[in-house]
Unconditional design. Structure first.
Length: 167
């Protein structure tokens, strides 16, 4: 599928059920409405915030979409629901999580949609996969590329990311 539109970067994570399959199904569902440009490897990470839960698998994808940011958010939320995500508490376990990390050079700060993702620059689990596929992608607020942002987050045992499966 070739379409015109905006290049966006999404972070996907899962720590319940068949994590790898759920992420693959999410990407497949996204590809029905968007052109998938690239996909990172899967990275296994320890949960942040609430430690008493299974480890996450995380990846990042680049896509081109004709959907506006709010439409992409609605698509992501619909896919999450279809794949079994149920409401939980912040940083809690989940079957799938799909976050808009960057949407072109858009800066948006609304109650339910903030672009770029407001904490991506603090999270190795988001930056490491994103850096694999888009090291030069620019954060429009911090005015730094993903490679630089990743280098600013010190790696500790708690936030270490480990490549698990090459894709």
């Amino acid at each position: 599928m070739t379409q015109r539109g905006t290049v966006a970067y999404l972070g996907l994570g899962a720590n319940l059920g068949d994590r790898e399959r759920t992420i693959a199904r999410a990407i497949e569902s996204l590809s029905e409405r968007c052109e998938i440009l690239s996909r990172s490897s899967l990275y296994e990470t320890q949960p942040e915030g609430h430690a008493d839960q299974p480890p996450f698998l995380n990846c990042a994808i680049a896509l081109r979409t004709a959907l506006p940011a709010r439409g992409l958010l609605a698509l992501a939320k619909r896919i999450e629901q279809e794949l079994g995500r149920v409401p939980s508490f912040p940083c809690g376990p989940r079957a799938i999580d799909i976050d808009i990390l960057l949407y072109g050079d858009l800066v948006l700060d609304e109650e339910d949609l903030k672009v770029p993702h407001p904490r991506m620059h603090l999270r190795r689990f988001a930056l490491a996969p994103l850096c694999e596929i888009a090291p030069d992608a620019a954060h429009p607020v911090l005015r730094a590329d993903v490679r630089t942002l990743l280098s600013r987050v010190p790696e500790t045992a708690a936030n270490a990311v480990r490549m698990r499966v090459r894709r």
